[in-house]
Design a protein. Structure first.
Length: 134
């Protein structure tokens, strides 16, 4: 097998596969969402830095580093009704104090805001999409 991040899809006849990242470095986490137009959005953590990658199947992947604090270790992605991605990121449940951030893109670029701070209690991190992101 190959050491890479792949995207696979069924084109109606056969399964197609493309390399999203050849993993010259190590991606520790990746989450995926597909909007109503078929555009794929993958948020990932690579050596402590978070990025988002977007493309249509077989298209050119556009990669943007997200303005998150270093060493975030958990990600979740959701799309609003327009297909706009929102990424929620935080530190793993083993840290004494957990911080959570919401990252979204507006007309001037990607913005990050702290959305919660809590004492570590464990449990999954999730964003829910649709009419509003929560």
């Amino acid at each position: 097998g190959s050491n890479a991040l792949f995207h696979a899809w069924f084109d109606g006849v056969v399964w197609q596969r493309e390399i999203v990242d050849d993993l010259r470095s190590t991606i520790s986490e990746a989450v995926l969402a597909i909007d109503g137009a078929g555009r794929i959005h993958i948020a990932d953590i690579d050596q402590g830095r978070a990025s988002i990658r977007s493309s249509t199947p077989g298209g050119t992947w556009q990669v943007t580093q997200l303005p998150l604090p270093p060493e975030v270790s958990e990600l979740s992605i959701a799309l609003d009704r327009h297909g706009q991605p929102y990424v929620v990121a935080g530190y793993d449940e083993y840290k004494e104090k957990q911080e959570f951030f919401l990252v979204r893109e507006d007309t001037t670029g990607w913005k990050v805001e702290a959305v919660a701070t809590a004492t570590a209690t464990g449990g999954p991190l999730a964003a829910a999409g649709g009419a509003s992101i929560r």
